[in-house]
Design a protein around this ligand. Structure first.
Ligand SMILES: [Zn+2]
Length: 372
């Protein structure tokens, strides 16, 4: 065989290889898009937000848990995307503006919760409120105080994220989600919730005993943010336990549900540039996603989206690490950055989130799913 023929054959086999790989990728994409069968809209939507969780934060958790950079269950989701996060008045967003973008599809100034600023200051309907209007159940789960910026943007309308009492009033009297699990205080208190018709619980044991007939329920766990995982939770529930209970309760209504789950203290660990704290928070967040995935695998009507509101710390991994080891990292700031964040989607409607998005488009895609 001549050298020329051999090189032609080489090119041909390379071409066939590329066609085969492309075909396999397209096929796997199509399969992932039809997970749970066809183009039906999802009845249930679970949106996970890792506050401050950039790609590096995810990888740090993955190295510690698995010794690999992409070993966490949600990193295996069939649809991957990258999300831009700038706010109306800054290339670097805060949680209020970023959560408002995801909840309402509108860019607002930093510090603003789901009202049109800039603009006429009017309330902007959130995806949680739309879900309730459509007859679905709705819930919010977080490890920060429940009135903190990210959860607040889904169920409150305030020009300032610092006005905890007004945020709590909006949540309890306005949006009225079926379930609120998170840290108490910061404007929220048991009496206020009881007066609005909520059953109030304050510890893990009472949470585990809740049944569907207890809705609406306000879990006020402590009087500020919940403890970091590495500090120990005492008699308070872990994020994965709150997520499991929320799904158990909300899924009993055949009309479906919208649930937003925030790993809120990932951000706080990153502000402190503390990688040990960070790993504990990322891994508990990952366990919460796993709980949802295990439930949804037995259901044929669910969309799971995992993303972040922004990156915190400018985290960079210098060297990977084996299982049980913390990778060597470098931080560039104790504040937020404008680094785009990852998004992972699974289930009905997951395809519409690929391959890149602005954070306002997360709202558009979720709304598209609800209104289909
Ligand atoms: Zn922050």
């Amino acid at each position: 065989m001549s050298i020329l023929t051999r090189s032609r054959l080489g090119r041909l086999s390379f071409l066939l290889f590329i066609i085969a790989v492309s075909g396999a990728l397209i096929l796997s994409f199509l399969v992932s898009c039809s997970i749970n069968g066809g183009d039906d809209s999802p009845r249930n939507i679970i949106l996970f937000i890792g506050d401050g969780m950039g790609e590096a934060q995810v990888k740090v958790g993955s190295y510690f848990a698995t010794g690999m950079e992409a070993g966490l269950p949600f990193q295996q989701f069939p649809v991957r995307s990258v999300v831009t996060t700038y706010s109306a008045d800054s290339p670097i967003t805060d949680s209020a503006a970023a959560a408002t973008a995801m909840a309402t599809g509108r860019k607002v100034n930093n510090g603003v919760l789901s009202v049109a600023i800039p603009g006429d200051g009017e309330p902007l309907e959130t995806i949680l409120e739309l879900s309730l209007k459509q007859g679905r159940r709705a819930g919010i789960v977080t490890t920060t105080s429940i009135t903190h910026a990210t959860p607040a943007a889904f169920a409150a309308h305030q020009p300032s994220r610092t006005d905890g009492a007004s945020i709590a009033r909006d949540m309890l009297h306005g949006a009225k989600p079926d379930l609120l699990f998170g840290g108490g205080g910061e404007g929220m208190d048991p009496q206020m919730a009881q007066e609005s018709g909520y059953r109030v619980i304050t510890d893990r044991e009472s949470m585990l005993k809740l049944t569907f007939k207890d809705l609406p329920v306000s879990g006020q766990f402590g009087t500020t943010h919940m403890p970091y995982e590495s500090e120990g939770l005492g008699n308070l529930p872990h994020l994965s336990e709150m997520t499991q209970k929320a799904i158990d309760l909300l899924s009993q209504d055949p009309a479906g549900f919208f649930l937003v789950v925030e790993g809120g203290r990932i951000d706080h660990a990153a502000h402190r540039n503390d990688v040990q704290l960070l790993v504990g928070e990322v891994l508990e967040f990952s366990r919460a996603v796993e709980v949802a995935l295990q439930w949804a695998e037995g259901d044929s009507h669910t969309l799971i989206v995992v993303t972040a509101d922004h990156e915190t710390g400018g985290l960079e991994i210098l060297h990977g690490a084996s299982q049980g080891q913390i990778p060597e990292v470098r931080w560039s700031t104790t504040g937020h950055t404008g680094i785009p964040v990852p998004l992972y989607a699974w289930g009905l409607g997951a395809c519409s989130f690929a391959p890149q998005l602005d954070n306002t488009e997360i709202h558009q895609r979720l709304k598209g799913c609800l209104l289909k």
